[in-house]
Design a protein around this ligand. Structure first.
Ligand code: SAM
Length: 149
């Protein structure tokens, strides 16, 4: 995430966190990009209250529904998205990733990065080689190549 934060440092726009979980990545994102708004998608709150965003920055519900209409709520295309939605159920996790990947592009600025724990198919994006030291399949990184709306 530090590598991605540096890569998008000159690109304006908020950050999207898909999957709050216990808030570990959210906490890291807000500490390494203190000037960025961060909008969080999750279907439940399980994090410590210190790691839960305020209501304006929390899109609570099934991401396959909250994703639609999210751009007007967020107000600008994102410079960075971190995607880590899922459960121990591989087929469910893949199903959600397929739905989100196909609908994500309008929320992303041209040049935005998506760092994902799941393989995604995002129209208009290209997969980016992983930074040195990141194990293959640990993450997938995509960059938006064209503005899509
Ligand atoms: C692996 S955890 C995220 C971990 C998080 N990155 C962290 O640092 O703690 C996956 C999250 O996906 C959420 N989730 C699963 N299915 C979802 C869905 N359909 N819509 C929204 N959130 C979902 C779960 O509630 C869970 O918080």
């Amino acid at each position: 995430m530090d590598w991605a934060a540096a890569e998008i440092s000159a690109l304006p726009g908020p950050v999207l966190e898909f999957g709050l979980g216990n808030g570990r990545t959210y906490d890291h994102l807000r500490s390494c990009m203190p000037g960025r708004e961060i909008f969080v998608f999750d279907c439940q709150i399980a994090a410590h209250p210190d790691c839960v965003p305020d209501r304006r920055h929390l899109l609570l519900g099934d991401v396959r529904k909250t994703l639609f209409g999210a751009l007007s709520r967020i107000g600008a295309q994102a410079a960075l998205a971190h995607y880590d939605i899922g459960t121990g159920d591989k087929s469910y996790t893949a199903e959600v990733a397929a739905a989100v990947g196909s609908a994500l592009a309008p929320l992303l600025a041209c040049g935005a990065l998506v760092v994902s724990s799941q393989m995604l198919v995002i129209p208009g994006s290209l997969e980016v080689p992983l930074p040195k030291g990141v194990a293959p399949s640990r993450y997938y990184i995509y960059r938006m190549g064209s503005p899509l709306l």
